[in-house]
Design a protein around this ligand. Structure first.
Ligand code: DOR
Ligand code: ZN
Ligand code: ZN
Length: 402
């Protein structure tokens, strides 16, 4: 099948159309006959994003979200691959539990999903999971949602993950210092010591404080094999904006100064990866009093517009740097592939509307959950079209098949 995408923009080259043949990019131009053609309305094409931090909630928490609806929401947001965090039931801490999850990915996922294996059994931080058994099926381990505060257990986990050629994604948060900035950077500091000692490949999730980035900057300079991610919300929102539990997540929103430090970390390349920490919860849970509501906000559909509006439109971050932080950088670090918009590559293409601003609404959310602080905000840079191979996974109403 031959598919033409017309009336589009490239971020870094001239031209306004792409020919896709049997799911592969065949030409930047048009010739001959097409089976289907889409008018992309002048939008800017980029490779689909790889989100290395997502909570899909299934199996076990279907009342919050399902794999089917979460991945439809991801496709709408321009995310074509995502890593699923292991806080589901059963926790994927051994192959059998992992299969309970991956069977559902195969059945329901609309985009490519990679599972994280749990680092400790049941994510309880008491004993290590079947790291070797899991390693036949995955290379990324995390106890996200929890921090492994037992440093000798963590160190042993580092050696075992290193031995299987894996990587650990750490939710660094020192127990007992809930929500404070020190809870994060003190855990980062302790874990970095072990990373240097063991030589494990290590990735810090959702860093959010200036001190954390200073520690990462120094560790990288010292040669540690360490990376970190920043989230759209820590790049664009601060704690003075908190209105209700839809603004509650872990780590929490920080000061405006920490937001500036987070942006600097990204623009200076201390943080090389942007990931959403997409964390759906039910309306009932988020309607509770702020203190009683669970941590976590949606991220898939607002990753591009939140960052585009706050940082790209203002010239602080180029669109190609943003794209790199959600494609090449996470793919390289986590050992996956990602789409490249080049002749001969499989089509994995999204298209951002970088001209019109519009308000994000609860009604448009494709997932089951609606816990987003971005609802009601006017933003630019929404994804309008997602195509993988020959499949159109999402098409906004302004995109017409012609
Ligand atoms: O905000 C968060 N939500 N942070 C976490 O660490 C866990 C996550 C969740 O599972 O809801
Ligand atoms: Zn976390
Ligand atoms: Zn998380």
């Amino acid at each position: 099948m031959r598919i033409a995408l017309v009336n589009l923009k490239f971020p870094d080259r001239d031209g306004d159309c792409i020919t896709i043949e049997d799911g592969f990019i065949a030409a930047f131009g048009l010739s001959g006959r097409y089976d289907r053609a889409f008018d992309l309305n002048g939008h800017t094409v980029l490779p689909g994003a790889v989100d290395v931090h997502a909570h899909l909630r299934e199996p076990g928490y279907e009342y919050k979200e399902t794999i089917l609806r979460a991945t439809e929401s991801a496709a709408k947001g321009g995310i074509t691959r995502a890593f699923a965090m292991p806080n589901v039931i059963p926790v994927p801490d051994c192959p059998e539990n992992l299969f309970a999850e991956t069977r559902l990915f195969e059945r329901d996922a609309k985009i490519k999903i990679y599972p994280f294996g749990a680092l400790t059994k049941g994510e309880k931080g008491e004993s290590l999971s079947d790291i070797e058994g899991l390693s036949a099926y995955l290379k990324a381990y995390s106890d996200d949602g929890f921090c492994v505060n037992d440093l000798s257990l963590l160190e042993e986990g580092m050696y075992r993950v290193k031995a299987v050629g894996g990587i650990i994604a750490s939710h660094a948060e020192r127990r007992g210092a809930a929500d404070s900035e020190a809870a994060e950077y003190e855990a980062v500091e302790e874990e970095l010591e072990l990373v240097k000692r063991t030589g494990v490949r290590y990735h810090f999730c959702h860093l959010s404080t200036k001190r954390s980035f200073d520690l990462i900057r120094r560790a990288v300079a010292e040669g540690a094999d360490v990376t970190c991610e920043v989230t759209p919300h820590h790049l664009t929102l601060d704690k003075s904006m908190i209105k209700n539990a839809d603004w509650k997540m872990n780590p929490p929103l920080r000061s405006a100064e920490d937001v500036r430090a987070t942006v600097d970390a990204l623009t200076e390349g201390v943080a090389t990866i942007v990931a959403t920490d997409h964390a759906p919860h039910s309306a009932e849970e988020k309607a509770r009093a702020y203190e009683k509501a669970p941590n976590g906000i949606l991220g898939f559909e607002t990753m591009f517009p939140a960052i585009y509006t706050a940082l790209v439109a203002s010239g602080r971050l180029s669109l190609s740097r943003l794209s790199e932080a959600v494609t090449a950088a996470p793919a390289k670090r986590f050992g996956t592939d990602h789409g490249r918009i080049a002749i001969g590559e499989r089509a994995e293409i999204i298209a951002l509307d970088t001209t019109d601003a519009r308000r994000y609404t609860a009604e448009e959310i494709l997932g089951k959950a609606v816990n987003s602080p971005y609802i009601g905000m006017e933003m630019t840079g929404f994804n309008a079209f997602t195509m993988v191979g020959e499949k159109v996974l999402y098409k906004a109403s302004d995109i017409k098949e012609v």
